[in-house]
Write a protein that binds this ligand. Structure first.
Ligand code: ATP
Ligand code: MG
Length: 262
């Protein structure tokens, strides 16, 4: 399933402080969109609004043309840390999101859990506890859990930031495999420019706080992509300029003046 997202002139304040300023963005069904921007500009806040966890805002947020009114099975969420229940085995962790709404899990949902575990290549480890997992395995379990409700939208907040570079690339490949099968619409927050260019149809550059959309970059390279594709490298150089990273690093009062972690 894949849903559309409409963000219309969304403004968000915390205690009177403006964080998002009339931010607008449309995401098409099945699209993968990355959000990049300076630390603290409001990326996680925007995902929390889209997930329905944060409700106090001005403007309109629509998923499949329906206003977002609270958390919903139609929207999956994944964070930097896996947030697994340490006392539940992996299959039960994946099932956990369904249980909350459905009561006891049915045999049909057990089968579905195993399908999701197969998709993230954890079927061999279904009865393991999270403490037996590497960081990459834990994030695969978290991905399966966020997909278990078969959401039309998957929101990912720096999902691979805590794993090593090679594991990160493997997780990116896995995410693309899942996307190819499910066609789920994805909004990915990342500080990794290469990740944003490798995965996305469009990269959205946000301004510093109060955030609005500063630039939208289309990534037209066909999939499967080659990480060494000169077009991706050209776009990367453009993003570095757009984020003022080159200039900021030259003029920054190090180490605190770096506005963006690359
Ligand atoms: N619950 C809250 N109450 C008050 N202020 C908050 C709250 N959540 C976030 N903020 C503030 O809103 C701003 C945006 O925070 P947010 O976490 O969305 O930034 P971000 O772009 O995700 O940053 P990072 O890249 O470091 O994760 C920050 O100034 C933060 O301090
Ligand atoms: Mg954040």
């Amino acid at each position: 399933m894949s849903s559309s997202i409409k963000i219309e002139r969304v403004t968000k304040r915390f205690d009177g402080n403006l964080v998002l300023n009339e931010l607008s963005l449309d995401v098409r069904p099945s699209e993968i969109v990355s959000l990049i921007g300076p630390s603290g500009c409001g990326k996680s806040t925007l995902l929390r609004l889209l997930s329905g966890l944060e409700r106090d805002y001005d403007g309109r947020l629509l998923i499949d043309d329906q206003p977002v009114t609270g958390p919903s099975r139609a929207v999956g969420l994944m964070f930097q840390e896996p947030r697994l229940m340490p006392w539940l085995n992996v299959r039960d962790n994946v099932r956990f999101g369904l249980r909350q709404e459905n009561g006891a899990a049915s045999p049909a949902t057990s089968e579905r859990m195993d399908t999701w575990l197969r998709q993230v290549k954890l079927d061999h480890a279904a009865s393991h506890l999270p403490r037996q997992f590497s960081g990459g395995m834990a994030q695969r379990a978290a991905l399966a859990r966020s997909l278990a409700t078969e959401p039309g939208v998957l929101l990912l907040d720096e999902p691979f930031s805590a794993v090593d570079a090679l594991t990160r690339m493997r997780l990116q490949e896995l995410l693309l495999e899942v996307w190819q099968r499910t066609q789920v619409t994805m909004v990915l927050v990342t500080h990794d420019l290469d990740e944003s260019l490798y995965l996305s149809d469009r990269v959205v550059v946000m301004s510093s706080r109060p955030a609005s959309v500063r630039e939208v970059l289309a990534v037209k390279a066909p999939r499967p992509r080659d990480r060494r594709d000169p077009e991706l490298l050209r776009l990367r150089a453009h993003l570095l300029e757009a984020l003022d990273v080159v200039h900021a690093l030259e003029s920054a009062d190090l180490p605190n003046g770096i506005p963006f972690g690359v």
